[in-house]
Design a protein around this ligand. Structure first.
Ligand SMILES: NC(=O)c1ccc[n+]([C@@H]2O[C@H](COP(=O)([O-])OP(=O)(O)OC[C@H]3O[C@@H](n4cnc5c(N)ncnc54)[C@H](O)[C@@H]3O)[C@@H](O)[C@H]2O)c1
Length: 249
């Protein structure tokens, strides 16, 4: 069954990790996916992988922190595809773990510009298309770090918490236009930024979940697919943890 057949989807930060898994899952369920990232070689590789499996994908270079890049990316997708059905705001700056006193201005700047303003620029750019269509699904990849206290970076956590508010506000404003906006909150997911298996940090992550393990990017992608699809037609403004039970423990 193709759960997002013929939908046009933009996924940011889709060259690696969770974004890549989301792009691959959406494509394998029938969507035409625009892979947006700044790591061009990895982004092209993601696209080639999707096409190699018979899916439809294009790579679009876009630094989410630059409004001109975002406008260009969305215009490219809309010009080629004629509509935009799904936006997944996944790109973020993942800083080091440290406390308030050690956080730098540069880190705050990057967290705000990439996760927060990147989400805003992309959302603002796709909304006119979704309003014209009277339909759309926006999935913001947040983090359980916006829901519970833990060792993290204060700039990262603060920006992610702000995204929960952004989701609610956008969901409220554009619900009447049949545009749904939801937050997905991954727990510890195995990507290139994760602590190595067997390390104390990895063990701490596993011990904090109910399932006793870290998650895979594909497990987040299934949840993103659901929120992107018409199966979630009455779900908006929601926060969905994909965290092995961490926030429920
Ligand atoms: N891995 C986890 O455990 C975890 C947990 C909770 C939330 N998350 C969230 O999931 C998302 C993806 O994280 P990941 O673990 O897959 O990381 P990752 O580093 O594997 O992937 C992030 C992608 O974003 C891209 N990116 C970074 N800055 C960008 C920019 N300015 N413009 C466009 N693209 C940019 C990177 O090039 C990369 O391809 C992030 O929003 C992160 O906060 C991850």
């Amino acid at each position: 069954m193709h759960r997002v057949q013929d939908k046009i989807a933009l996924v940011t930060g889709a060259a690696n990790g969770i974004g890549k898994a989301i792009a691959e899952r959406l494509a394998s369920e029938g969507a035409r996916v625009f892979v947006c990232d700044v790591e061009d070689a990895a982004g092209v590789e993601t696209v080639q992988g999707i096409r190699g499996r018979g899916g439809q994908a294009e790579y679009v270079h876009a630094d989410v922190a630059l409004q001109d890049d975002v406008a260009q990316a969305v215009a490219t997708a809309a010009a080629q595809a004629g509509r935009i059905d799904v936006l997944c705001n996944n790109a973020a700056y993942l800083g080091k773990v440290h406390a308030v006193l050690d956080s730098t201005g540069e880190e705050w700047d990057k967290c705000i510009k990439i996760a927060m303003m990147g989400t805003h620029y992309f959302t603002k750019a796709v909304l006119p298309y979704m309003i014209a269509q009277q339909s759309g699904s926006i999935v913001n990849v947040v983090s359980i770090q916006a829901l519970v206290g833990m060792m993290t970076s204060v700039a990262y956590t603060s920006t992610k918490a702000a995204l929960l508010g952004y989701t609610l506000s956008a969901a409220y404003d554009y619900g009447p236009q049949n545009i749904r906006v939801n937050s997905l909150c991954p727990g510890p997911i195995r990507t290139r930024v994760s602590p190595p298996p067997g390390s104390p940090h990895h063990k701490w992550q596993c011990d904090n979940t109910m399932l006793g393990r870290t998650g895979e990017p594909e497990e987040v992608a299934w949840a993103a697919l659901f929120l992107a699809s018409d199966e979630a037609s009455y779900i908006t403004g929601a926060t969905l943890p994909v965290d092995g039970g961490w926030t429920a423990k």
